[in-house]
Design a protein around this ligand. Structure first.
Ligand code: PMP
Length: 366
């Protein structure tokens, strides 16, 4: 091995594609023993039968065998649940993995993707990883994304992939059905509508799928279904399109254990929906409580989290909450969110703990 490679980190970096080395890796500080309201998880966890089925599976499953290549049972269950042909459904190791699959199926150097901003960071990440250009579409002054700027950018850039995120992370706002339809009308490329939070909002772009075959609806079991740790997501698309996209995916991406969890979650979807309604009630209560603080401005949310602006700055409020045992997400590094934090709606007692910690923090800072 040449000496300069053994000794020199820069030489080692040159072994990799510049699209990889120029990325900032996704990092999250590790904390323990805190009330964890930073990742939009479901503090209630999955329905009890899902937990039981997982325990059962660990006793009975044949872990020395590969799972079914087609993941047919789960795809059929999803198909029945959402009334969409199972050939048009793909499952992945988290919706994150499906975002990479979609990017690999459409993007390369010289191509362009369009994504909302501020929004979920993975859209920019997978676009840059594949060496494509990214055009980011800002939200309006209320942090809501509108179709018009998307249509203009689509006309100008002729993208290979367009991402929408509705309801959007981290703003909490949703695009109206007519705005999503307008974007679908204006674009010729693949259009991904990320609905990670759809159970908290009520509307799905799934109803547009029959009329717009270039649409892909992306969902996850990580949020309302309470299975973030199992890493499982799915997409729904026109069956012919889904079967082509599948070629960009490695086989057996979702492990047997996660399939069992997701399958039983499908069977108990009513209780997942019921739990989502409880979280929505809590969200609205939390939003009113946030509004009662004079130096805090919450944004309306259609998700299981709330973005709020801190007049005193994001960092001191984040630190004050942390020192009182509550972890939220600090979004201040984002240009348009310099005074913003995001709190996940947890169980009632967690939300109360957050509100009490926020009250004490604001008092301490004034
Ligand atoms: N999309 C959005 C909008 C998200 O907020 C997240 C997770 N925070 C994901 C996709 C990824 O979810 P997962 O990989 O857990 O399915």
């Amino acid at each position: 091995m040449p000496r300069d490679i053994r000794d020199n980190v820069d030489a080692l970096r040159k072994l990799l594609r510049p699209e990889v080395t120029s990325l900032n890796s996704y990092r999250l500080a590790r904390y323990s023993g805190l009330t964890k309201l930073d990742q939009n998880e479901n503090g209630f966890g999955p329905p009890e039968p899902v937990r039981r089925a997982l325990m059962d599976a660990s006793d009975k499953s044949c872990f020395h065998r590969y799972p079914d290549l087609e993941a047919a049972e789960l795809r059929e269950a999803l198909g029945r649940l959402f009334d969409w042909p199972s050939e048009g459904i793909l499952v992945g190791n988290g919706s994150n993995e499906l975002l990479l699959t979609l990017a690999m199926a459409t993007l390369e150097k010289g191509r362009t993707a369009i994504a909302p901003s501020p929004s979920f960071s993975t859209y920019a990440y997978v676009t840059r990883l594949l060496g494509s250009d990214l055009v980011e579409i800002p939200a309006d002054e209320n942090l809501v994304h509108r179709s018009e700027p998307f249509a203009v950018a689509i006309e100008k850039n002729r993208p290979a992939l367009v991402f929408l995120c509705t309801p959007n992370n981290p703003t909490g706002s949703a695009m109206s059905p007519s705005e999503v339809r307008a974007v679908a009308e204006s674009c010729q490329s693949l259009l991904v509508v990320d609905e990670a939070y759809y159970e908290f909002s009520g509307w799905s772009a799934l109803e547009l799928l029959p009329s717009y075959p270039h649409l892909v609806v992306l969902r996850t079991f990580s949020k309302a279904a309470g299975l973030a740790g199992l890493r499982i997501g799915y997409l729904m698309a026109h069956p012919e399109l889904a079967q082509e996209i599948r070629k960009a995916q490695l086989p057996y991406g979702v492990n047997q254990f996660s399939r069992v969890g997701a399958l039983v979650a499908c069977e108990h979807y009513d209780s997942i929906r019921a739990r989502a309604r409880v979280i929505v009630e809590e969200r609205d209560r939390l939003c009113s409580l946030l509004q009662s603080f004079s130096r805090i401005q919450p944004y309306p949310s259609q998700t299981n989290f709330i973005l709020f602006e801190c007049e005193l700055g994001a960092q001191p409020v984040f630190d004050g909450l942390l020192s009182r045992g509550v972890l939220v997400r600090n979004l201040s590094s984002h240009a348009h969110l310099s005074r913003c934090l995001r709190v996940t709606v947890g169980r009632r007692e967690e939300n109360d703990q957050f509100i009490n910690a926020l009250g004490a923090t604001l008092e301490g800072l004034s």
